[in-house]
Design a protein. Structure first.
Length: 127
């Protein structure tokens, strides 16, 4: 994973230790919404709660795979080096990382039948 000034990124809190969303969070959401609107990005970016369920090693990244037929999405850590030439779409980033290295990628564990098909609506290869 990326570093801040050569130091590791701060650990994310465990999901069980994260307080729920409250009205105190509304001003932050309102400001973020305004910035996204100003840049015309409301339909492109959103907000995610940073947390973890288990440790992801420095040489790993969370990879999402989907099965459209069963409407199933699975996230699992994979070695970054093992992703190789597999096409992927970065889907979430930690903004406390000045390099905004991807924290998770929606990888296409699938191969489109044609170049015009969506990378996420094609035949999936189970990994």
């Amino acid at each position: 994973m990326s570093r801040i000034g050569g130091l590791p990124l701060p650990a994310l809190p465990d999901i069980d230790d994260v307080p729920p969303l409250t009205e105190a969070d509304r001003p932050c959401f309102d400001d973020l919404r305004a910035v996204l609107a100003e840049h015309g990005m409301l339909g492109r970016f959103g907000i995610a709660l940073l947390h973890e369920h288990f440790e992801v090693a420095d040489d790993e990244i969370l990879v999402e795979t989907i099965d459209v037929a069963t409407r199933t999405l699975v996230s699992r850590p994979e070695k970054i080096a093992d992703l190789g030439a597999c096409a992927s779409v970065e889907t979430s980033w930690r903004l406390d990382d000045p390099d905004t290295a991807p924290m998770a990628r929606c990888t296409t564990a699938c191969r489109p039948a044609t170049f015009t098909e969506s990378r996420h609506k094609s035949v999936h290869v189970n990994r």
